[in-house]
Design a protein around this ligand. Sequence first.
Ligand code: NAG
Ligand code: NAG
Ligand code: NAG
Length: 236
Amino acid sequence: MFVSTAALLGLVGAAAASPLNIVPNYPPVKQSTGFRLVVNVTDKALDFSPSVQGLYVNSIHVGAGLNEVGIGSKSDNHGIFYQNGTAAEGRFNGVTTITDQGTPLSPYGISLTLDPDSKTLSSAYANGGLGTKGVQISQFPEGFRYLGPETYVICNVPLAYYQGTKFNVVKQAATTISSTGQVERNIPEGCVPIRLLPECATLEDLPAGSYSSHEFAINSDCYADVASINWSLYGP
Ligand SMILES: *[C@@H]1O[C@H](CO)[C@@H](O)[C@H](O)[C@H]1NC(C)=O
Ligand SMILES: *[C@@H]1O[C@H](CO)[C@@H](O)[C@H](O)[C@H]1NC(C)=O
Ligand SMILES: *[C@@H]1O[C@H](CO)[C@@H](O)[C@H](O)[C@H]1NC(C)=O
């Protein structure tokens, strides 16, 4: 009997893929109001050198009360974030993600603002203020926990505040559907597609006189230690 190599490979593939890869399996999560955001490079071929894998989201001061969202080592001024909103807002994508800064401590919400020359690419800011609703951690039935809306990217861009010195900053590329029905992720050339994963951290109590409030800080799903997750064990 004639059996094509392709059919044979298909059979081998099917055997290899079952049943381990069919049953969804995701890394364990804990709950915490506070979390750090850790960079996970989702396409290693597009990573920078040195790699941005495992770096932590921080903020780059670009004026009074103004910050670009940047990345750095864990010890380098990383932010502790929390999701703010009611339970109903949490379910319906109405939550914001906030870090407390300034004296007295005030809410600096992550906001996404479309770049002037683009229809899909937004810059991420952590300015004094409320932040953009829907910048929040994914939830069930999604199996992984990461900041939405997808897709976040790291781009190396000059910042005017630093006379054009280049920084690695977080931006967001909106997914679109082309006229032919093709899903376009719109990852800009030269930028690294990533996910920002919540790593549990202690949200400190606010000192008296703070402008921030943790009354609506949501108990969020987060990973205890992102660096220790072996991704090849999980999916789809
Ligand atoms: C993190 O990146 C790896 C590839 O580098 C990928 O396999 C894994 O699914 C990613 N994690 C999440 C939560 O997307
Ligand atoms: C936090 O969420 C509550 C409930 O929706 C809202 O009243 C409050 O203004 C929010 N705070 C900030 C800083 O966004
Ligand atoms: C990750 O899991 C795979 C599959 O079990 C294993 O082969 C690999 O050695 C693990 N990697 C680490 C760093 O533990």
